[in-house]
Ligand binder design. Structure first.
Ligand code: MN3
Length: 198
């Protein structure tokens, strides 16, 4: 992934009524761009300039450089988030990913229940992820900017549970926002592509 600020993969109003254009414009244009701009300033003239986002995240994590890590990881996490949602999202997974979900969780509905529980249990800011591990699939949450990229697992999709992701539309009701994600926005095609990769 590049360190450049990416366009959204759909129009800012494309996720309405589930996520408002106002939320997406702020989330993408202010929050995500803020991380990208801070990272750009921080790496200018350093060995990180020109590196991939993944390389910067790995190096900053190893060096415990939290300033670079937080902005690089938040840049990556947000780009991954936009593709984890789709205007035609929701519904059911299919193919090998669907089989793997049933193997691991028992049913797609049980996956939704477990994912929601994890998203609600994340105290404060962070992210909830479906990941592929050496043993199969798992649901994990990470705090603040932390990302599964530095934990040896492959992210398949994510939901941002920072309040800035939902407060304008859902105020403090994180559960309603998670329900809408799982019912109407989750991009199973993106998760299936990531599952099939490597
Ligand atoms: Mn965010």
């Amino acid at each position: 992934m590049s360190t450049e600020f990416p366009a959204l993969p759909y129009a800012a109003n494309a996720l309405e009524p589930h996520v408002s254009a106002r939320t997406l414009e702020h989330h993408h244009g202010k929050h995500h761009k803020g991380y990208v701009d801070k990272l750009s300033n921080a790496i200018a003239g350093t060995a990180h300039e020109g590196q991939s986002l993944e390389a910067i995240i790995t190096a900053a994590n190893a060096a415990s450089d939290t300033g670079i890590f937080n902005n690089a990881a938040q840049s990556w996490n947000h780009t991954f988030l936009w593709s984890s949602m789709s205007p035609t999202g929701g519904g059911e997974p299919s193919g090998p990913l669907a089989d793997a979900i049933v193997d691991r969780f028992g049913s797609v509905q049980r996956f939704r229940d477990d994912f929601k529980a994890a998203a609600l249990a994340q105290f404060g800011s962070g992210w909830t992820w479906l990941v592929r591990t050496d043993a199969g699939l798992d649901i994990v949450s990470t705090g603040n900017a932390d990302t599964p990229l530095v934990h040896g697992v492959t992210p398949l999709l994510t939901l941002d549970v920072w309040e800035h992701a939902y407060y304008l539309d859902y105020q403090n009701k994180r559960d309603a926002y998670v329900d809408v994600f799982l019912s109407n926005l989750i991009n199973w095609d993106f998760a299936a592509e990531n599952y099939a990769a490597d």
